[in-house]
Design a protein around this ligand. Structure first.
Ligand SMILES: NC(=O)c1ccc[n+]([C@@H]2O[C@H](COP(=O)([O-])OP(=O)(O)OC[C@H]3O[C@@H](n4cnc5c(N)ncnc54)[C@H](O)[C@@H]3O)[C@@H](O)[C@H]2O)c1
Length: 377
């Protein structure tokens, strides 16, 4: 890995958002991350990076992204950003877990082999439980089963192997709970009945979100770049309206905009023309850069912080550590409703946008609970 000691710069991965600025003297290029592990196995071609942002609340947990990064520096930038986000997500999901993430550099369609996954599994095992892995872009439950042949610290496995299966089930449920909390804050009642909700991206999470919303009595508008995804929704719900693309979605008369496709959809171009009063969707890193949360607040749009409401999937796979129980995991994911309300209340009390309030609440839990380790047992 020739660039191991190169400073990270702006990432270009699928959720790339804010890059790291040049590192000032005396500051680690790994920010405040606890541990960053570069893994290489020449024979299998494995090149991976595991980043542990924090173990303040417990072992770190986060998925393994298998992605054809253009350079090792981009992979590093992505894994540092993502692992930090996982720590905040776990903290607000009420889990005793820290934040970690891993990336395997390569094209999953052509470069994923049993040997590479198992070599990776041995590196995860070598951390002896400081990091638990799971699925992410480019990795699937079946891959976790392969990794688990070398490693005990794996979640997101197939149901046949005691895993939780498709995490989008509770992700969608959690987003719906967050949306109910937003509806209560804006319209006084925790229901989307009669509201017009635009779901951008009706893939694994988005199409399940549509089910919850239809059951609740919402009117739905959808868009997707994949015709098959649109057809799947329309075959079950012919009354659902379809718009051409995300640009039209943003400009459509909506009560709620639910970005469930890619990150970065809230930016300097979209926020000024957004019609919805509430933003609440599953996509990671919806705010294109710092400051967008303030532009939303200035326009009177209630933004429901993405990492809070999309934590249902994390809750689902984390439950595997105890031995998966769907009802227990669902009950915990239902708590996203209360957490979201708490964030809106804190935002109002402290006069900050909800995204800032969410960070503050997560940081408070990390600091209050990790402090307990100072009590000698
Ligand atoms: N699956 C989970 O458990 C989970 C958990 C947390 C966060 N998320 C995030 O939620 C989002 C959706 O995840 P998913 O698992 O449903 O992924 P997915 O790939 O199944 O679905 C995404 C959908 O968005 C569509 N899409 C892509 N680009 C688009 C565009 N420009 N306009 C409209 N549609 C577009 C795709 O065709 C696809 O149907 C992602 O950002 C993901 O990171 C997912």
């Amino acid at each position: 890995m020739p660039n191991v000691f190169g400073a990270p710069h702006k990432g270009t991965g699928p959720d790339a958002q804010q890059g790291h600025s040049p590192v000032p003297p005396g500051v680690s290029r790994f920010g405040t991350h606890e541990q960053v592990v570069f893994c290489q196995d020449e024979a299998s071609g494995l090149r991976a990076i595991i980043a542990i942002y924090s173990t303040a609340l417990g072992p770190s947990l986060g998925g393994t992204r298998f992605y054809p990064y253009a350079s090792e520096e981009e992979a590093l930038s992505d894994v540092l950003n993502l692992s930090r986000g996982m720590a905040y997500k776990a903290a607000l999901a009420g889990l005793d877990l820290g934040g970690g993430k891993a990336v395997i550099i390569g094209d999953p369609a052509t470069e994923k082999t049993e040997a590479k996954l198992r070599a990776y599994g041995r590196f995860v095992q070598s951390l002896n439980g400081r990091y638990y892995t799971a699925c992410d872009i480019g990795t699937y439950s079946e891959d976790m089963d392969v990794i688990a042949r070398e490693c005990r610290f794996v979640t997101g496995r197939t149901v046949e192997h005691g895993g939780a299966g498709d995490s989008s089930i509770l992700t969608a449920f959690g987003v719906y709970q967050g949306m109910r909390a937003a509806a209560e804050t804006v319209w006084g009642s925790p229901t989307l009945r009669g509201k017009r909700v635009g779901v951008e991206g009706v893939g694994k999470v988005g199409h399940r979100l549509v089910e919850h919303l239809r059951e609740d009595g919402a009117d739905i508008v959808i868009c997707d770049v994949d015709e098959a995804a649109i057809d799947r929704v329309r075959s079950l719900h012919p009354e659902v309206e379809v718009v051409a693309d995300s640009d039209e979605m943003i400009r459509t008369d909506l009560d709620v905009y639910a970005p469930c496709a890619l990150g970065g959809s809230l930016n300097d171009e979209t926020v000024p023309v957004l019609k919805a009063k509430v933003v609440c969707g599953s996509a990671n890193n919806q705010l294109a850069h710092t400051g967008v949360e303030k532009s939303l607040a200035d326009r009177g749009i209630l933004y429901t912080p993405d990492y809070v409401i999309n934590s249902g999937g994390l809750i689902q796979v984390a439950d595997e550590i105890e031995g998966f129980d769907f009802d227990r995991a669902k009950a915990r994911a239902a708590g996203i409703y209360d957490t979201t309300r708490k964030i809106f209340a804190l935002a109002a009390d402290e006069g900050v946008p909800p995204a800032v309030a969410a960070d503050r609440l997560a940081e408070r839990r990390m600091s209050e609970i990790s402090r307990l380790r100072s009590i000698l047992l």
